[in-house]
Design a protein around this ligand. Structure first.
Ligand SMILES: NC(=O)c1ccc[n+]([C@@H]2O[C@H](COP(=O)([O-])OP(=O)(O)OC[C@H]3O[C@@H](n4cnc5c(N)ncnc54)[C@H](OP(=O)(O)O)[C@@H]3O)[C@@H](O)[C@H]2O)c1
Length: 261
């Protein structure tokens, strides 16, 4: 029998595509989001029986309620931490609350939710998949805070995965590149076009995510050349410095008019 799967951020672009493909394969799903209407609509489009849970992952009380509800009718043994926010702006024009909310959503709340999930499961056989980003391996101008959150998430995932290496708990990391969802502002879409960056469809990303989930690997990145650049950045960051420096004038044009004057 396929495991029950708790998917956060199910109402978003990638979340919906993952939910549809998992439901078609016969997984039983608990779909988390903050918007009941969006989740109810998604539920009506899925084959099979699934549940929705509403709550804000940044709220301590909500996280507890989400988990209580998710565990009510059988333990989910797969957690996909997909909920996230993006932030694209010149650093000197960020508001301090934008900084703290991005780190909170993408990193702190994901760590706390994983901690609370594994405790609830009493550390039984399970899989946790964290959704990172190509920007969790490549520091990118205009994305300093988003990069900080996703680099942090990648480090957390890797350390935890190694800590549980001799247990039944598998912790893996999945890193999409730019994907066609509402997380990307018009500026980001225009910038990607100007730079000729490839943009994946959520369906393609969902298929790759599920391949990682159903395989035995611990990490996967989507798409060339980002996959290659991520590795290159780890070994020869100076080469990536030079490549990004060439794109910098274009990138700065799109940081919401928030260029360094
Ligand atoms: N799209 C890309 O270009 C791209 C590239 C690389 C990585 N990713 C990563 O992929 C994941 C999914 O992104 P997406 O593109 O599908 O974005 P999206 O369409 O904006 O969806 C984001 C999802 O996260 C949920 N969410 C955000 N903050 C939350 C909070 N505090 N509590 C509960 N739920 C919250 C949203 O719920 P509501 O509906 O309630 O707002 C929504 O379901 C993210 O982790 C993102 O960083 C995306």
């Amino acid at each position: 029998m396929l495991p029950k799967c708790l998917l956060t951020g199910a109402s978003g672009g990638i979340g919906k595509a993952v939910a549809k493909q998992l439901a078609e394969k016969g997984y039983s799903l608990v779909l988390q989001g903050r918007n009941r209407e969006k989740l109810t609509q998604l539920l009506s489009e899925l084959p099979g029986l699934h549940e929705i849970v509403i709550g804000d992952l940044n709220n301590d009380n909500d996280r507890g309620l989400i988990l209580s509800q998710a565990f009510k009718s059988g333990d989910p043994t797969v957690l996909i931490n997909n909920a996230g926010v993006s932030l694209f702006s010149a650093f000197n024009h960020l508001e301090s609350n934008e900084i703290s909310q991005t780190i909170e959503t993408n990193l702190t709340s994901t760590i706390l939710f994983t901690y609370e999930f594994l405790k609830k499961l009493l550390y039984q056989k399970s899989t946790v998949m964290n959704i990172g980003s190509a920007f969790g391996a490549i520091g990118y101008p205009g994305y300093s805070i988003y990069c900080a959150s996703k680099f942090g998430l990648k480090g957390f995932t890797e350390a935890l995965s190694r800590e549980f290496a001799n247990s039944d708990i598998r912790v893996c990391y999945f890193a999409p590149r730019a994907t066609d969802t509402n997380i990307n502002s018009t500026n980001v879409i225009e910038m990607n076009k100007s730079l000729g960056s490839k943009i994946d469809s959520p369906d393609v990303v969902a298929t790759e995510l599920i391949e990682l989930l159903e395989g035995t690997g611990l990490r996967r990145s989507v798409g060339w050349p980002e996959k290659f650049f991520a590795r290159l950045n780890g070994v020869f960051p100076e080469i990536v410095d030079r490549a990004l420096n060439k794109s910098l004038p274009t990138i700065l044009k799109f940081t919401e008019g928030k260029n360094y004057e």
